[in-house]
Design a protein around this ligand. Structure first.
Ligand code: MN
Length: 384
């Protein structure tokens, strides 16, 4: 049984105020091509379909088109909501879409029936558990003590009661303890949203969403496939991909089904990268002529002096410059605290020279001093 595992599309997301819509449309097309090539038995989408609980019209159109393309050829598609989605809104029309092979998890209501898929090795029971918080699970199990996320997910999975003699797959959206995070995930206040990997022991494969870097979480049977695109600069070093999980036969008597995992790399329309150097280095033609200047960039300038309107000027070459900062003596030292100085005794030029030194961690040159003095004199003249 071949499963193609996706998650965290975050359709409609803006990264540093740049819309990702065109990039998302591009990557979804690429994913459709991969699916056409791979011909999986099922496509799994493990939550965070949208970036917002009330997604933009464009994001909804994009997902509608994606689902429609996926459904062609009678393909089986399984979708759950993540913490960014509204489970009610995502589930709209779900029972109608079931008939077209698009299966969207309903809002969690204390009971989950599996979808049963068949291949030459027999049935595979596929369970969908959308993102749930302890309070959403607790009300259905009044006799159990459900305090933590681990308690909640364990209770929901025990209720499913997967048959250990058959092959069982879970699609869910949670933060498994020990997974390594990125900046574009929603961090829960207090950080008590983690689930112990042991709760997934009964499943031959757990297709997870929530963490944006592709990784196994406590063994290869529990996996995050990651986002299809980089959604923060903390992900600049990621290779985004889709995961293909193939389940083989399962012997009766508790052993897990054979599993092989593969990733297929995704190539974005525009990469999200970090570059650094002086203004002169980064604006030299020899530097940028061989790169995709449309990439989303975090530029770190190493000039000691601030470059006036650097963002505006750099955007002529790099139109998708997202973030600019400096790494020089001033930024490395941090802003020095202002000490109580004998303000009255010092001239404006002396005070400015002190200010400059504090900002730049170095004194003004003769030329700069003369320029500042001239400027101060002129301003004072004009004031009188
Ligand atoms: Mn997410």
């Amino acid at each position: 049984m071949k499963l193609l595992h996706l998650s965290d599309l975050h359709l409609g997301k803006r990264v540093n105020e740049f819309s990702m819509l065109e990039d998302q449309q591009y990557i979804l097309k690429q994913i459709l091509n991969i699916i056409e090539e791979e011909q999986p038995d099922a496509v799994l989408m493990a939550g965070d379909i949208y970036d917002k609980s009330v997604p933009s019209a464009e994001a909804v159109q994009l997902f509608d088109e994606f689902l429609y393309r996926l459904s062609e050829g009678g393909r089986q598609v399984f979708v759950i909501s993540g913490n960014h989605d509204s489970p009610e809104r995502l589930a709209f029309g779900g029972r109608l879409m079931d008939r077209s092979g698009i299966h969207i998890a309903p809002v969690y209501h204390g009971h989950v029936d599996p979808f049963v898929l068949q291949d030459a090795s027999g049935p595979v029971n596929l369970y969908l558990l959308p993102f749930v918080k302890p309070a959403q699970v607790r009300k259905y199990f009044p006799d159990q003590e459900i305090v933590s996320y681990t308690d909640a997910v364990r209770a929901a999975l025990e209720e499913m009661g997967p048959d250990p003699d058959q092959r069982n797959v879970l699609v869910t959206h949670q933060f498994v303890t020990g997974a390594s995070r990125s900046d574009s995930e929603e961090i829960s206040v207090g950080g008590a949203d983690n689930v112990d990997a042991s709760v997934f022991d009964a499943f031959d494969y757990t297709a997870l969403g929530h963490i944006h870097g592709p990784q196994n979480a406590g063994g290869e049977r529990i996996r995050y496939c990651g986002t299809p695109l980089k959604y923060s600069f903390s992900e600049a070093g990621h290779q985004k991909s889709v995961t293909v999980a193939e389940l083989g036969e399962k012997e009766k008597g508790g052993e897990k089904a054979a599993l092989s995992l593969r990733t297929i790399p995704l190539k974005p329309l525009r990469d999200l990268r970090e570059i650094r150097g002086t203004y002169l280095e980064l604006t030299a033609k020899s530097y940028y002529e061989d790169m995709n200047r449309e990439d989303y960039l975090h530029v770190t300038l190493t000039d000691e002096e601030d470059v006036p309107d650097a963002v505006g000027k750099l955007r002529i070459i790099y139109p998708n410059l997202m973030k600019l900062d400096y790494d020089n003596r001033r930024t490395r030292a941090g802003a020095a605290p202002v000490e109580g100085t004998d303000l009255e005794q010092k001239s404006p030029a002396e005070l400015f020279a002190e200010f400059y030194e504090r900002q730049n961690n170095g004194p003004m040159s003769e030329e700069q001093l003369a320029f500042a003095e001239g400027l101060i004199e002129k301003i004072w003249e004009d004031e009188r």
